[in-house]
Design a protein around this ligand. Structure first.
Ligand code: CA2
Length: 143
């Protein structure tokens, strides 16, 4: 059976996971977590991963993969709260899209409470730590 392909996109500063602020973001690096996910889903899923600190690169990545993957999981980091451009890039594509946040953004500063991406995503997973990415994968698999 052909494997489904899912794209995981992480935005600014998420390359620092596991190195600082463990009280908010935990102590696992994303690379280690991704390896676990790849092992868990090795029979069913092809996982593509992209991280960038730059808004334009995140948009280029969405455009590049939108016709070749079956779903997108996006944690746009701080761009979640500012980016109409990422909103527009996601709005234009019809595959399942899940917004993930490691921390509970509603328990944090008010400027983190609003997301430009939530209205153009099919699901949102917030405050479940890195496990949120796996929950998002399960959602996409069931779609
Ligand atoms: O909770 C999330 O996943 C966030 O998307 C993380 C973003 C933050 O701006 C959002 O409001 C919520 C920040 C990611 C910063 O990640 C770091 C990880 C380790 C050390 C420093 C920053």
């Amino acid at each position: 059976m052909e494997k489904l392909s899912v794209l995981i996109i992480n935005g600014p500063n998420l390359n620092l996971l596991g190195t600082r602020q463990p009280e908010i973001y935990g102590s696992t690096t994303f690379t280690d977590y991704l390896d676990e996910l790849k092992d868990l889903y090795s029979n069913t899923l092809e996982l593509e991963y992209f991280q960038s600190n730059s808004e334009g690169e995140l948009i280029d990545c969405i455009q590049k993969y939108s016709s070749s993957v079956s779903g997108i999981i996006i944690n746009a980091g701080a761009y979640t709260h500012t980016s109409v451009a990422i909103h527009d890039a996601l709005a234009n594509i019809s595959i399942p899209k899940v917004e993930v946040h490691i921390s509970n953004i509603h328990k944090r500063e008010v400027f983190r409470h609003h997301s430009y991406l939530s209205p153009v995503c099919d699901g949102i997973i917030i405050g479940m730590g890195l496990k949120g990415y796996r929950l998002a994968l399960e959602f996409i698999l069931q779609k």
